[in-house]
Design a protein around this ligand. Structure first.
Ligand SMILES: *Cc1c(COP(=O)(O)O)cnc(C)c1O
Length: 383
């Protein structure tokens, strides 16, 4: 039986196939690395990718990193964030881990059940004298309510760092959403829409903060004998940057394919009782990074976990992004804000969500097989 989604994620679970251009296209890039002898430390491909991505994404400055988690950790250092940070429990665990690694206490605030993003109406009640920042996530690449979040941040003097790991190339009203807040952080992990195997970046609004972040990701070195901060090693290598340059040539085609797949899922499953799909609003140019389906147990014959298992038995690896909630992991569940009473929408969404395979190499026949399994599951009650 054909397994759908032939790629391994962090838990060695088969998940979405990465965007992987033909190997022969990468060989000339490798030859140039061998010729230049620059393997890392801001070599020619690193510089080229920073410039190319700033242009492609429509942002001012970008600092490349070896992965998104180190970029999140460094973004917090760069803005000297401490104390408490308000964040969402409905995300990948690295969002909150970046806070713990900086000795910061995460304060979880519930999500909006429709957008799956931090609910701005609930932020103010969670602010204390220790609060220094808000770390929202553009979940599934759908934009947060950035204006409302900025208004709250301005009122209380807070920093805003967006975990934009899902939001590569997303625009609202034709403008990149990566320009909101003080900083935005991207991930280029193999499972993301644009990948450099491992990789990440911080989007920064000006040259000054870029310079500070560039020091921080290189041990704090300002020159041969000057160390200006307790930096870390977060540098992206030339190998990763070269692969990023090649990816950029293919990413628009990949978005077009993803959009077609997403629209086919909507056509096939959008009117099935008990299922809802996420949809971008009119202002949003989305990247179709994920295709979450929400299973409403009152109206669908199978629970989310039963459907998940049924698909798995058929060799189809849908993912429960995000289950469990971050606030349910042992290092977080002792915080008062982690109680499920504080997070009713996140708790419910986490029980209902199933992300269907969506990747540029998914064939029509494979997608039809996925659709058929979901439709068959939905008909059990109707029959
Ligand atoms: C992937 C991801 C990260 C971590 O990025 P890495 O590059 O894997 O370190 C952080 N936050 C979110 C929301 C993610 O999806």
């Amino acid at each position: 039986m054909n397994k759908i989604a032939p790629h391994y994620d962090n838990n060695n679970i088969l998940v979405t196939s990465p965007l992987l251009p033909p190997l022969e296209e990468f060989i000339p890039y490798l030859e140039r690395i061998w010729q230049s002898k620059y393997l890392t430390n801001g070599g020619p491909y690193h510089q080229a990718l920073e410039a190319a991505l700033a242009d492609y994404l429509g942002v001012k400055h970008i600092c490349l990193f070896s992965n998104g988690t180190l970029a999140l950790m460094t973004a917090l250092q760069a803005l000297r964030v401490g104390g408490e940070v308000i964040t969402t429990p409905y995300s990948f665990v690295a969002t909150s881990h970046s806070l713990l690694w900086n000795g910061i206490k995460p304060v979880f605030v519930d999500i909006d059940p429709v957008t799956c993003n931090l609910d701005p109406k609930k932020i103010e009640a969670a602010i204390t004298p220790q609060t220094s920042a808000i770390m929202p996530v553009h979940c599934y690449g759908l934009p947060c309510e950035t204006e409302e979040i900025q208004r709250i941040a301005d009122t209380y003097g807070l920093r805003v760092i967006y975990d934009a790991a899902h939001a590569f190339a997303v625009k609202r009203n034709g403008v990149s959403i990566l320009n909101h807040g003080d900083l935005s952080v991207l991930s280029f992990h193999a499972t993301k829409v644009f990948n450099t195997f491992e990789g990440g970046a911080i989007i920064c609004p000006d040259e000054k903060i870029k310079r500070r972040i560039d020091y921080l990701k290189n041990f704090g070195f300002a020159d041969e004998t000057t160390v200006v901060a307790a930096g870390i090693n977060g540098k992206m290598s030339e190998f990763q940057a070269a692969f990023g340059m090649l990816q950029l040539k293919h990413v628009d085609d990949a978005f077009a394919t993803r959009q077609r797949i997403y629209e086919r899922y909507c056509d096939a499953l959008g009117s099935v009782p008990g299922l809802t799909l996420l949809a971008p609003d009119e202002q949003t140019d989305w990247n179709y990074a994920y295709c979450p389906v929400f299973i409403h147990p009152e109206h669908f014959p199978l629970t989310r976990d039963q459907l998940y298992q049924k698909m798995k038995d058929a060799g189809i690896y849908a993912r429960r992004y995000f289950f469990p909630l971050i606030s349910e992991f042992p290092m977080y569940k002792g915080y008062p804000s982690s109680s499920s009473d504080n997070l009713p929408n996140a708790s419910q969404t986490s029980q209902r969500v199933l992300c269907l395979p969506v990747h540029p190499t998914l064939s029509d026949a494979e997608q039809q097989r996925i659709v058929d399994i979901v439709l068959e599951a939905g008909q059990i009650a109707a029959a």
